[in-house]
Design a protein around this ligand. Structure first.
Ligand SMILES: [Zn+2]
Ligand SMILES: [Zn+2]
Length: 339
């Protein structure tokens, strides 16, 4: 089978032996395609993974071999995520599922950018779903990333019609905005890249350039009765994005951190204290968040149409490069066709 592996500063296609189910529980799936996640880019760019690693986890696949107590069967087209919490440890009991040891240990094998993948029984039981016929592969490939967004939104405990600012309108910022809109919030967005701002506007998000911060914060104040927004979602990894958040958040508001920043600058203590701000992070979704994501996508409550650019597996390097240079929003690596 073909896999795309990290090799120094390249992604190379390697032919390896087909993986087999043998006597394991679970399924072997033929990967139809796999979304390229921002976290794959970070792992590749900052050399967080070893040579030989197969990246990718946002898989859309077809079951070709199965030994399972679930109702899935050969020929089913499924979507799945990669991590499963234990549900019992101290982290899980407090709802911090993405910190759970078991969550971090569980994964699909060898990784999504591969013709064949092993999906465990635990995956099938907890985080795998059948793809309805009226949903495209590219749309359902947002199942896991949208799950991440839904978790972030839930963590903020917002009120209906709250004013929200999404800082950064790359694919994850647009996805976050779609999730926020679908769940009943009033969304504004900002970025520095004109193409992103115009796509956001086309998607019905009131988006602005935040280059002139004073001007931008005045716009936000005008739109929110002088309060500022109730929550800021930080999907941008730029250090300056923190200034944008502090200039637009209302007193008592929430800043949801959804991206790392190069300098790992902190939020100023006194702003948090005097304005009674809440700064909180959100990382990876629970099975319940993923279920919500599946329902939003399959009921077509989110618009995911303009985000994806498709690349064949052989051109995966180009997909990485184009994502890194912001040439595209989101790459979907097409790996095999349905039987
Ligand atoms: Zn992802
Ligand atoms: Zn746990």
């Amino acid at each position: 089978m073909k896999t795309a592996q990290v090799e120094n500063d390249k992604i190379v296609i390697k032919e390896i032996d087909d993986i087999k189910l043998d006597d394991k529980k679970g399924a072997i799936v033929k990967v139809l395609g796999c979304g390229l996640c921002g976290s794959d880019i970070v792992k590749f760019k900052h050399k967080i993974v070893k040579n030989g690693a197969v990246l990718g986890h946002e898989i859309v696949a077809e079951i070709i071999e199965i030994n399972s107590n679930t109702n899935f069967k050969i020929g089913d087209k499924i979507v799945t995520s990669h991590h499963i919490p234990c549900g019992e440890c101290n982290y899980c009991r407090h709802g911090n599922v993405s910190m759970c040891e078991h969550f971090k240990k569980t994964n699909i094998f060898p990784g999504g950018f591969s013709e064949l993948v092993y999906v465990s029984e635990e995956h099938l039981e907890n985080v795998a779903y059948i793809i309805p016929n009226n949903i495209s592969e590219e749309e359902i490939s947002f199942y896991e990333p949208l799950g991440c967004c839904i978790r972030a939104i839930k963590r903020c405990n917002l009120l209906k019609n709250d004013n929200i600012l999404v800082v950064g309108l790359g694919s994850i910022g647009l996805l976050m905005s779609e999730g926020l809109k679908a769940l009943g919030y009033n969304v504004y967005g900002c970025d520095l890249i004109p193409e992103r701002i115009s796509l956001a506007n086309k998607m019905g998000i009131q988006a602005f350039n935040s280059k002139n911060l004073e001007e931008f914060s005045t716009i936000i104040k005008d739109k929110t009765n002088d309060y500022g927004v109730d929550a800021v979602f930080m999907t941008s990894g730029a250090d300056k994005a923190i200034d944008v958040a502090l200039a637009t958040i209302r007193q008592g508001g929430k800043i949801l951190v959804f991206s790392s920043t190069p300098l790992s600058n902190g939020y100023p203590n006194n702003e948090i204290y005097y304005k009674e701000l809440t700064v909180l992070g959100s990382y990876s979704p629970s099975p319940a968040d993923l279920k919500d994501s599946y329902e939003l996508i399959t009921s077509k409550k989110v618009n995911l149409k303009n985000l994806t650019t498709i690349y064949p597996l052989d051109k995966i390097q180009e997909a990485f490069d184009d994502t890194i240079t912001n040439k595209i929003f989101k790459a979907y690596i097409k790996i095999t066709n349905q039987t």
